[in-house]
Structure formats: structure tokens, C-alpha cells
Design a protein around this ligand. Structure first.
Ligand code: NAD
Length: 516
């Protein structure tokens, strides 16, 4: 059994980076062992206001140093993240209970996001000329102005990568950040932030606060010139409404009930091996994780058998090396939720093919990876997000019915299609209502493609992170248009009478030559 790996002096050192003066603190539990990892100081609403005021001042200087210097600093932070990789992995694993491999995925993704934003910001935000409304008479150009202070609210499940996917593009585009960390992710965030501070990001430019969602979360929403929220649909809806009351923009990255479609031309064993990873990475505590599999009848038996075999062969346990395949749930509430979903399904007639029980012998929140079949609409796990290591396999008689089932959800975050024919898989992908669809992969192809937007349809969210879209969130477009002086526009009735005909001819000419 792993002991607590993060030595307490490191935790004590890292928490100095918090903006937290509250009289209270919260014990943070290490999921591998159930022991108290450290006491996390709590911020007050006044701390949030102070942090936002300091961030506002720091942002002005950050903006002045320009793209090239910001790029240099952010690329250095990328290098420091990699240099400090082993310690980051220790902190991440200790705080979340995930395996070394899945912790590594976070560092990889975070570094990827940092490099991308650092190298892309200037190109995305370059001032560009646009067509004037009347050729030669008007000229227009568009420039971008950083919004100022970005409020970022992050969950506990992917504390490093999800934070960096919002924060680095915010910084690269010239903004400051006030981040509310989830209690269970704060240490990882502080360890990550340290690489940025050491690289030259001013400490006040990226403030981290902690505390109760309603209290401190609201204060962060109220302090931001834009708000990025990652978390549940219920909380995200509240955050969106609150920001909207101030006419402040938001991006909401919310929950999912992500389907995988396995077509009848797959090699079942190969498809099953990849499918398993997509369901149980970080114990399924991943917004884009697969929770529903629709498999076409001709390959269903072989696929399901191979899938279950593979699940049963996964090595589970606490380890700070790459020796396990799956780890622990992150907290007691997660264990309760997963247990309730599985018990409810079984009580209502679902068939258990693998897993279905907690493993207190491994640690307090361990739960076996679980495969169900015969899941019906009266069960909690049918349509509701489990956010845990539970997947339901359903056999379907056609691709059309698989697509219909996949789309019959209030969510639309991620989906996956397995087929040996890329053409067929792409055609299916185009019919799925989800912000991302992965072919012959569960989530890693889209999640890792940092140049492409990520986000949800329907109740899975609003707005997009990553890519150009993920950067343009953080700026306001400013159009500067001018009159060239070549022609005086009509101002009086008499002038309109004289020029209306000419202007109509102009419109018809533009239409004829198809000028936009
Ligand atoms: P959550 O909504 O409970 O909490 C998320 C964050 O919001 C936490 O930091 C929390 O303290 C804070 N918060 C809580 N109440 C708040 C309020 N009223 N105002 C402002 N902030 C508040 O979600 P969770 O349980 O931490 O995370 C799991 C959920 O997040 C799942 O539904 C999962 O699918 C989703 N998620 C989505 C993505 C994505 O990119 N789409 C990524 C990861 C997780």
C-alpha cells in the first residue's frame, strides 16, 4: 500500500501560493489511503476581491510586455513543467488517486496546451484588414483587446490539464486569471502554477483561491470580465446565469453521457482493447469518458467477451509507478454515487458482466471497473452521468438505431465510432450530436488535438476551449473602420435622391461579380 507520497513540507510550501486568509481550513484526504494529506486554507470573498484587484494591475504590465516576451515565458513554463514531471505526477496521483499513466496524460496534455497557446496567440490575434462596406469608400480593420481578468473555476478530476487548457490561452492572449480550485485539486494546481511563476509569470497575474462553491465560486464569477467554468451541468447553469446578469461572457464545459458505436466490420478484440481504456481511464471520472457502448449484432458476442476479458485483466491498485492500469475513485461522494448507480441497475434487472463491487482491501475509495448489460431507461445509469468506472453495453440491429440511441441524450459532449472503414466511420460521425467524435479511439484523438475546438452540444456546455476558438473567448474584437474620402455619402433627402440609383447599381454589380 502506498503511503502518502507528497511530503508535508512540500504541501506547506505550495499553499503559500494561495490567496487565502480565512480563519478556517479544510482537511484534504489522499484517496489512495484515506489519510489527511494536508489542511487547505480557505479564502474569503474579500480575498477574491483583493486577488482580482491585484490581477487587474498585473495584467496591464503583462499586456505591455508584448506577444514575444509572453511567448518566451510561457514556453519556459512548458519546459519547467516537464523538468518537474516526476514531482507533479506524485502530487497529481496523491490528490486524485489516478494511475501514473493517467497522471502522465495530464502533464502531456497540459504541456501541449501551453506550447500551443504560446506559439499561436500572436497569429490568432493579429490585426487584420476586412472588406469595407463600399469598396474604395470604406476600409476596416479588426484588432483584439484582452478582456482583463478571467475567472476560472475548475473541478477535481483533471486538475492540471483542464486548468491549463483555459489558463494558458488566457495568459497568452494578455489576460490575468483568478482561479477557484476545487479543494481536491488545489495542490496540483499550485504545483503547476509554480512552474509558471518560476518561468516569469508574475504571481499576482494568476491568483488561486479556494473555498465553498457557492461562496467563493460566486465571488470569482462576480470578479471576472469573462468566466470559464468546468464542472457539472447543474452548477454550470447557475454560473452561466450569474455571469449573464452582468453581461459577462462564459464558456461552460459540462457533463456528458458519451456513447461509443462499434460497427460490424471491426476486429472485435482490437476494438475491445481500445474501448476499455476509453471507459476506465481515471476511473471514468473524465467528462469525455465513454459510458454507453452500442455494438452491432454480428460482432456483439465476440466484442463483449473480449471487452469483459480485458476488463477482468486490468491491474488495479495504489502505485506511484507505471505498474497499475486503473486506480481509485477520488472521494467518498464518488464511491457513493458509483455504488448507487450499479446497485440501482442490478435491482432493476441489469446484468453484471464484470466488477460491481468496492475494493476496500486496496484503499477506501477503490471500486472495480464494472460492465453492465440489459440497462433500461428506468435505471439511473441509463441517461444520467455516472462519472465513474461503469459502462453499459447494448446490442443494436443497425447503424441507424445505434445513431438514434447515441443521440437520444440531453448531453452532447463526446462520442466514438469504431470501424475498419474510415469512410464509413466519418459518415457516422457526421450524424452524431456531440462536440467531438473520435474514430477508433474513445477520447484521446480529439482531447489531444489542441488545435481543434473542444466543447459540448446541448446540456454539455456552451462555448469552446482549445484552438482559435479557445483563444478568441478571451478577447473583444474591436473594429476600426474609416472613410477613405473618395466619395461623399448622401446626407440629405436631395443627395439620397441623386445617389440612390448609383448605389443600387453598385449593389447589383457586387452581386454579379460575387464580391462578398
Ligand atoms: P461541480 O460542478 O460540483 O464543481 C466544479 C467546480 O465548481 C468546483 O470547483 C466547485 O467548487 C465549483 N462550484 C460549486 N458550486 C459553485 C457555484 N455555485 N458557483 C461557482 N462555482 C461553484 O463539478 P465536479 O463534481 O467537481 O466535477 C464533475 C463534473 O464536471 C462532471 O459532470 C463532469 O462531466 C464535468 N466535467 C466536464 C468537463 C468538460 O470539459 N466538459 C471536464 C471535467 C469535468
Amino acid at each position: 500500500m502506498a503511503a502518502i507520497i507528497v511530503d508535508r513540507s512540500l504541501a506547506a510550501e505550495l499553499v503559500k501560493g494561495l490567496s487565502a486568509s480565512g480563519a478556517t481550513s479544510t482537511p484534504v484526504i489522499a484517496p489512495f489511503t484515506g489519510e489527511v494529506l494536508y489542511d487547505l486554507p480557505t479564502s474569503t470573498p474579500a480575498d477574491v476581491a483583493d486577488a482580482a484587484a491585484a490581477a487587474r494591475v498585473a495584467q496591464l504590465a503583462w499586456l505591455r510586455i508584448g506577444f514575444a516576451e509572453r511567448r518566451r515565458i510561457l514556453l519556459k513554463a512548458h519546459d519547467l513543467l516537464l523538468a518537474d514531471r516526476e514531482r507533479l505526477l506524485d502530487v497529481l496521483q496523491t490528490e486524485t488517486g489516478k494511475t501514473r499513466g493517467q497522471a502522465f496524460e495530464e502533464v502531456f496534455q497540459g504541456a501541449n496546451a501551453a506550447r500551443y497557446a504560446a506559439l499561436s496567440a500572436r497569429g490568432v490575434l493579429m490585426t487584420r484588414h476586412r472588406r469595407g462596406g463600399i469598396p474604395l469608400v470604406f476600409a476596416a480593420r479588426v484588432s483584439y483587446k484582452a478582456k482583463g481578468v478571467i475567472g476560472v473555476i475548475t473541478p477535481w478530476n483533471y486538475p492540471l490539464s483542464l486548468a491549463l487548457m483555459d489558463i494558458v490561452p488566457a495568459l497568452a492572449t494578455g489576460n490575468a486569471v483568478v482561479q477557484k480550485a476545487d479543494n481536491q485539486g488545489a495542490l496540483t494546481i499550485l504545483a503547476t502554477r509554480r512552474a509558471f511563476i518560476d518561468a516569469g509569470v508574475p504571481a499576482a497575474l494568476w491568483a488561486v483561491v479556494t473555498g465553498d462553491g457557492n461562496d467563493i465560486g460566486n465571488a470569482v464569477v462576480d470578479a471576472g470580465d469573462y468566466v470559464c467554468f468546468t464542472g457539472s451541468t447543474a452548477t454550470g447553469t447557475k454560473v452561466g446565469l450569474r455571469a449573464m446578469a452582468r453581461l459577462v461572457g462564459v464558456s461552460l464545459e459540462l457533463g456528458g453521457k458519451n456513447p461509443m458505436l462499434v460497427l460490424d466490420d471491426v476486429k472485435p478484440r482490437q476494438a475491445a482493447a481500445n474501448a476499455v481504456y476509453s471507459c476506465f481511464s481515471s476511473m471514468g471520472q473524465l467528462c469525455v469518458s465513454i459510458e454507453r457502448i452500442y455494438v452491432e449484432r454480428p460482432v456483439a458476442e465476440e466484442f463483449t467477451a473480449a471487452f469483459v476479458d480485458r476488463v477482468k485483466s486490468l491491474v488495479q491498485g495504489p502505485a506511484l509507478e507505471y505498474t497499475t492500469d486503473i486506480g481509485s475513485l477520488t472521494n467518498a461522494a464518488q464511491l457513493e454515487r458509483v455504488t448507487a448507480h450499479v446497485e440501482d441497475a442490478i435491482a432493476k434487472g441489469a446484468t453484471l458482466l464484470a466488477g460491481g463491487r468496492a475494493r476496500p482491501d486496496l484503499g477506501p475509495y477503490f471500486y472495480e471497473p464494472t460492465v453492465l448489460t440489459n440497462v433500461t431507461s428506468d435505471m439511473a445509469c441509463f441517461a444520467g452521468e455516472t462519472f465513474g468506472p461503469v459502462v453499459a453495453i447494448t446490442v443494436v440491429d443497425s447503424v441507424d438505431s445505434a445513431i438514434a440511441d447515441a443521440n437520444a441524450s440531453e448531453f452532447g459532449l463526446n462520442a466514438s465510432v469504431f470501424s475498419r472503414s474510415k469512410r464509413r466511420a466519418r459518415q457516422v460521425a457526421d450524424r452524431i450530436s456531440a462536440g467531438s467524435v473520435n474514430i477508433n479511439e474513445g477520447y484521446r484523438a480529439s482531447f489531444g488535438s489542441i488545435d481543434a475546438p473542444m466543447g459540448g452540444m446541448k446540456k454539455s456546455g456552451l462555448g469552446r476551449r482549445n484552438g482559435r476558438e479557445g483563444m478568441l473567448r478571451f478577447v473583444d474584437a474591436r473594429t476600426v473602420a474609416e472613410s477613405t474620402g473618395l466619395m461623399t455619402l448622401p446626407r440629405t433627402g436631395a443627395e439620397f435622391a441623386k445617389l440612390a440609383g448609383v448605389m443600387e447599381i453598385l449593389l447589383k454589380t457586387l452581386r454579379a461579380i460575387r464580391r462578398r
